[in-house]
Design a protein. Structure first.
Lengths: 742, 287, 163
């Protein structure tokens, strides 16, 4: 099917604003009489607040001071449950927990004031590891520190393990990872009795913030308004956390009567906001001598930090992806997210899957080694085929062909030749090379009945001049939402993408299209954009102003005539969950996702044996994504995701001390620079998903699943080191190399 | 920005004599401020206790790189970009240029100064190991006059220097007759750019008939100050290159260092890497 | 502790225009540009000279404006992202960033473009390796740098073509 603009690299819609510096991010906005806000945070991991002392040299009467007492509604940041306070009252449960808010017109004085508030806190015993949490060394949350647990059962794992020819075990860990969007978090709020609460901010999900403010203030929904400013990167880090800052700014605005701006500096952002959940996964795998996976017994734990926030959903995705795109008759996955006294962990691109997929893909190399099979051969003998089921029992109907993806990735990367060549050349060399792969899938959209509950909506309106405005809550944060939506609407209406206007996400102007997360924006919301656009078209045709097949120039005229005769041309699209997708929350089985992206990634690394430094030399990413709507944007997503995966694998290490990140500066928490990334070579295959716009599936998170394990497998190939955790820092690898030498 | 900006003073003396006069009149009151690439980071983090600064950035007298027949005098305010751009330094003192190239980014190299790097006295600084290999002399100036001392005597402990409150670093002198034809510099920081040093190894040597004639080895990030590994040098000097010699030298080096565990790295890693880099230097000597 | 009323009056040339600004001597040039001069195109990403989002040109040299005290801007010629385009006519680098996907979220883009423009001015015939080195002080979290390299190479070729 030929398309006019779908499949073309239409230039980024807001590109001009971005390259001229005119795009306005949260800190670029000012309001008359605006003052600044700051958050005073707990210095201890857990304790009872006995008192708050204000040092005398600060003119406190000039300040707006807010504590939990000032909260009009409920003192919580409403998300899945209401356990996380907006401001700690009585107890603190993690370092950096917000206790008190200050506002003043003088930014510099405000900073000094922040340092001049002292909390008297009686420390309580705190826990910082998943082990201590599971052992209930202290119970810090609920009855037993468990936010959520799941169990997936396919076949009969116990029986299969008893009958097994060979069982291979392994335990794998991933560390926390900071999203490190280059624009730190920030929000401006205005709140008064006349207009209610309005918030402008760097955020991904205006309606999440909206919901949280409704609960915090106890106001009716139409008295809260949330507007997304241009957002400098999110990656999940601005999914739930902005509700917290928005709450803080709004409370200060409410009490002071002035607009209040809170912008975090990098140090505060790193110390206080969410990170990728640390994980530990144990595998027990029964495999035959000729490489058939008979049983997979997987135990998966996530560290959720001090409050529940999104941990159940992160755990869900990690659990569902834990056994990968393989056909194994017996799978058991037991998983849980546990509480520790650290700032709550949260959404970060991949959302649980990077953690469980790292473990699986590393483990499979280990299993292959145990039976003397090449790692790719083990995978090939177990790849899922159409008609077979994944761990949660979903039958895969897509025309998945992992073998083909693997063939293509291997050809492009020279995998077989290099596997052999490096093994031959490495001995005795100072710089050793390795090549490794990972094969994986990633479900697009919310899990199970999630999309049904979201019930997303998109609205559209055609103007008299024939321009079409799309109203959706999906946010642009670099991934290309504005451009993709324009292309989809343009294709549906037969008019130039320039004539499509994507309305700034503002809860007073756009319906709730759900959050901009979960690789759902193109696939789920984009489909609604298409539907809404087609509905506009249908109305114009039905009214007789447009022929069924029309020329581009006719559209504007038709709009004009319709508006003159009937008034506005509007349309509305609401998500309808396909009847054939059924998910059982109790048994945790069924159709987990409407569609999956499928991929094979190959990483080539060099390891300097003297310094244990790893450099990624080449990277090939092959994925099947349904339909590529915009090649430059799509490959840009994969390239950026791979770079974040390289960081996860090799560079990005959060150093913890009693629940606090101590290396919270960009000097000490290092992400890849332009000198650290290899050529990242991206290739797409297309197998259209009939429910996606033009056949598109979601791709945003996919690259985070396979990058780190491909690199870890390559490092293992290069050095013989048994890599079981990321990040593979030089310090860790250096110790492993000593063991290999010994 | 975590400091109370209005309360900080930055005065700008119009020339070098005025600057020295201010320091002589109120020693310890005014801290010199050169490019600012170290001080501004502390300032932003709210960690700059000192509130009175004297900008020396515009004192062009201190920014010249003077090439004389027997020595090169690098003005303390020479930036890392200035150093990289000097042909004589590139040819005769390449370790200075390597260190400058590996410090921060182009933007920080345009403002960071050699004098600032020395006076900041971080044990992780990139240029000091090169200065030790070249047996640099540091020239301190004050209203009272000038004095010179070997750079290797300059740092006396962690962030402690042989420098008075009324003194400025004037120039750094490198003797052109120092001839080590085999030079080596490696900074290990995990990333390939903008990497804070975990271990930094600078060395120069000459080999005559298979024997190590002269050798200088200096390291950063493995002790409270930049370190000249004299014991290791003594083990090597006059000896024939061999595997056994390397092992002995590595053992000595391991004892000579006192690296620590910190948020960036571990003592064990730093020690092991320093020893391995000595091995790499050996290969350079053997070529 | 006395409050300084110690703001100074600075004269500089800002994007080609003689400009006077009142600022505390130790105020970050970044803040002076954003607040006093209203040039919000200059971005703060880290406040420690690591990310390069605050890059401007000062007397033709690329610098991190978060590390420059206002006093050091006295008498300087400063170019920010707002001074790269000539009126509405985009520079080749800016146009290439749009066409070739060099900008995603856009927050690193002003500093990145300044760094690229500065690089091409110093090295008109630039290789990919030189682009990697030249931009190593500008961090991007969105693109993985791949399309930034492509954008700068394209701009380099376009400038060649126009010469």
């Amino acid at each position: 099917m030929t398309t006019r603009v779908i499949g073309k690299s239409v230039p980024r819609k807001e590109g001009r604003e971005k390259v001229t510096g005119r795009a306005k991010y949260a800190d670029d906005l000012t309001f008359p009489g605006m003052i600044f806000g700051a958050t005073v945070r707990s210095p201890v991991a857990r304790g009872r607040i006995l008192g708050i002392h204000f040092e005398s040299q600060i003119p406190w009467d000039e300040f707006t001071i807010v504590t939990a007492q000032d909260i009009p509604g409920k003192n919580c940041i409403a998300l899945l449950i209401d356990d996380q306070p907006c401001l700690a009252a009585g107890f603190v449960n993690h370092p950096e927990e917000p206790v008190l808010l200050l506002a003043h017109a003088d930014k510099y004085l405000l900073e000094e004031a922040r340092r001049s508030v002292r909390f008297e806190i009686e420390p309580l015993p705190a826990i910082f590891t998943m082990s201590d949490s599971l052992a209930r060394k202290e119970v810090i949350w609920g009855g037993g520190n468990i936010f959520k647990s799941y169990q997936v059962n396919k076949g009969h794992v116990e029986h299969a393990l008893r009958e097994a020819e060979l069982i291979v075990e392994g335990t794998y860990e991933t560390g926390a990872q900071e999203q490190l969007y280059i624009e730190p978090q920030g929000v401006i709020a205005r709140a008064n009795a006349e207009e209610g609460v309005t918030v402008w901010g760097s955020l991904q999900c205006p309606y999440y913030v909206h919901k949280a403010l409704v609960v915090l203030f106890g106001f009716p929904k139409d008295r809260i308004r949330v507007v997304q400013a241009e957002t400098g990167g999110g990656f999940g880090g601005k999914e739930e956390y902005p509700s917290m800052i928005a709450a803080h700014a709004a409370l200060l605005a409410w009490k002071s009567g002035k607009a209040v701006k809170i912008i975090y500096d990098r140090a505060e952002d790193m110390a206080a906001t969410t990170k990728r959940h640390p994980s530990r996964t144990s595998h027990r795998t029964a495999v035959t001598r000729d490489g058939k996976l008979i049983a997979m017994d997987i135990d998966f734990t996530l560290d959720g930090g001090a409050y529940e926030t999104l941990s159940p959903v992160v755990l869900s995705r990690g659990t569902i992806h834990a056994a990968g795109p393989y056909n194994c008759p017996n799978i058991r996955i037991r998983s849980r997210a546990v509480a520790t006294n650290a700032p709550p962990h949260g959404a970060f691109r991949g959302f649980g899957a990077p953690q469980s997929v790292f473990a699986l893909e590393r483990h499979l190399d280990f299993v292959a080694e145990a039976i003397g099979l090449a790692p790719d051969e083990l995978r090939r003998r177990n790849f899922i085929h159409p008609g077979e089921t994944i761990a949660v029992g979903q039958v895969i109907h897509e025309k998945v062909d992992m073998d083909r993806l693997m063939d293509r990735a291997f050809e492009l990367s020279g995998y077989y030749e290099k596997r052999k060549q490096f093994a031959e050349e490495n001995p005795g060399r100072t710089i050793r090379k390795g090549i490794g792969c990972a094969s994986f899938f990633h479900g697009a959209g919310f899990t199970g009945s999630g999309e049904e509950h979201l019930a997303s909506e998109v609205a559209a309106e055609a103007t008299r001049e024939g321009r079409v405005r799309i109203m959706a809550a999906s946010t642009e944060m670099g991934q290309g939402t504005n451009t993709i939506f324009s292309q989809i609407a343009s294709e549906a209406l037969g008019i130039d993408p320039e004539r499509i206007e994507i309305v700034q996400p503002d809860t007073s102007n756009v319906p709730n299209s759900g959050p901009t997360v979960a690789s759902r924006t193109s696939m789920i919301v984009g489909k609604l954009v298409e539907t809404a656009a087609l509905e506009i078209r249908r109305k114009l045709v039905e009214a007789g102003f447009l022929k069924a097949e029309y020329a581009e120039g006719d559209f504007a005229e038709a709009c004009g005539r319709y508006v003159d005769k009937f008034g506005r041309v509007t349309s509305f699209a609401k998500y309808e969950h396909p009847r054939d997708l059924r998910w059982d929350d109790e048994r945790y089985e069924g159709h987990a996702y409407g569609a999956y992206g499928w991929a094979v990634y190959v990483a080539e690394v060099s390891v300097d044996m003297r310094t244990a430094e790893v450099h990624v030399e080449d990277f090939v990413a092959v994925q099947e994504v349904g339909k590529v709507i915009n090649p430059v944007l799509a490959s840009g997503q994969i390239e950026g995701g791979v770079a974040q995966g390289i960081g996860m694998a090799v560079y990005e290490n959060v150093v913890w001390q009693e629940g606090r990140m101590v290396n919270g500066q960009m000097t000490n928490y290092i992400m890849p620079t332009s000198m650290d990334v290899p050529p990242i070579r991206v290739y797409f295959e297309e197998n259209p998903y009939e429910r996606g716009p033009a056949g598109a599936k979601g791709i945003g998170e996919l690259p985070l699943d396979g990058t780190a394990p491909a690199i870890a497998n390559a490092i293992a190939h290069a050095t013989g080191a048994n890599i079981t955790r990321v990040p593979v820092t030089p310090e860790v690898l250096s110790e492993l190399l000593e063991s290999v030498r010994a | 920005m975590r400091s109370r900006v209005p309360f900080y003073e930055l005065v700008s003396p119009r020339d070098l004599p005025s600057a020295l006069e201010i320091l002589a009149r109120e020693p310890g009151v005014w801290k010199p401020f050169a490019g600012g690439t170290d001080l501004m980071v502390l300032f932003e983090a709210g960690k700059l206790a000192q509130r009175k600064f004297m900008s020396i950035w515009n004192l062009q007298d201190l920014r010249k790189i003077e090439v004389k027949p027997d020595a090169i005098a690098i003005g303390a305010l020479s930036t890392y970009s200035d150093i990289q751009g000097n042909e004589v330094l590139q040819r005769e003192f390449p370790l200075m240029c390597r260190a400058a190239l590996e410090t921060g980014s182009i933007a920080t190299q345009n403002r960071g100064t050699l004098g600032g790097n020395i006076a900041n006295a971080s044990p992780a600084a990139d240029s000091p190991p090169a200065l030790l290999v070249y047996d640099a002399e540091i020239e301190l100036i004050s209203a009272k006059g000038t004095c010179r001392l070997p750079y290797r005597d300059f740092h006396t402990g962690y962030k402690k220097m042989r420098m008075r409150d009324d003194e400025l670093i004037g120039r750094i002198h490198l003797n052109r007759s120092v001839k080590q034809n085999k030079q080596y510099y490696r900074k290990v920081g995990t990333r390939r750019a903008q990497a804070i040093s975990k271990t930094c190894f600078a060395a120069g040597g000459s080999v005559e008939g298979g024997r190590i004639d002269d050798v200088r080895i200096a390291l950063g990030s493995v002790a409270p100050t930049v370190l000249r590994a004299t014991e290791t040098e003594n083990v090597l000097r006059g000896e024939k290159l061999s595997g056994a010699l390397l092992k002995m030298a590595q053992a000595t080096l391991g004892r000579e260092l006192s690296p620590i565990d910190d948020m960036r790295s571990t003592a064990a890693y730093r020690r092991r890497v320093a020893q391995n880099l000595l091995g790499e230097f050996f290969e350079v000597l053997a070529t | 502790m006395p409050d300084a009323g110690n703001k100074i009056r600075l004269s500089c040339i800002l994007n080609g225009r003689p400009t006077t600004l009142d600022a505390y001597p130790m105020a970050r040039l970044l803040d002076v540009l954003r607040c006093e001069a209203g040039l919000t195109g200059v971005k703060e990403g880290c406040g420690e000279g690591e990310c390069g989002a605050c890059c401007v040109e000062l007397d033709g040299e690329l610098v991190n404006s978060c590390l420059i005290p206002a006093l050091h801007a006295e008498g300087a010629a400063i170019r920010t992202i707002e001074g790269v385009a000539i009126g509405e006519k985009l520079d080749e680098v800016q146009q290439a960033f749009i066409t070739h996907g060099g900008a995603q979220c856009g927050i690193c883009t002003p500093g990145m473009i300044l760094a690229a423009v500065n690089l091409l001015e110093r090295k008109p015939q630039v290789s990919e390796a030189e682009i990697r080195e030249g931009l190593a002080g500008n961090l991007c979290r969105c693109t993985g740098y791949t399309k930034i390299f492509a954008s700068v190479m394209a701009a380099c070729r376009e400038r060649e073509r126009r010469r």
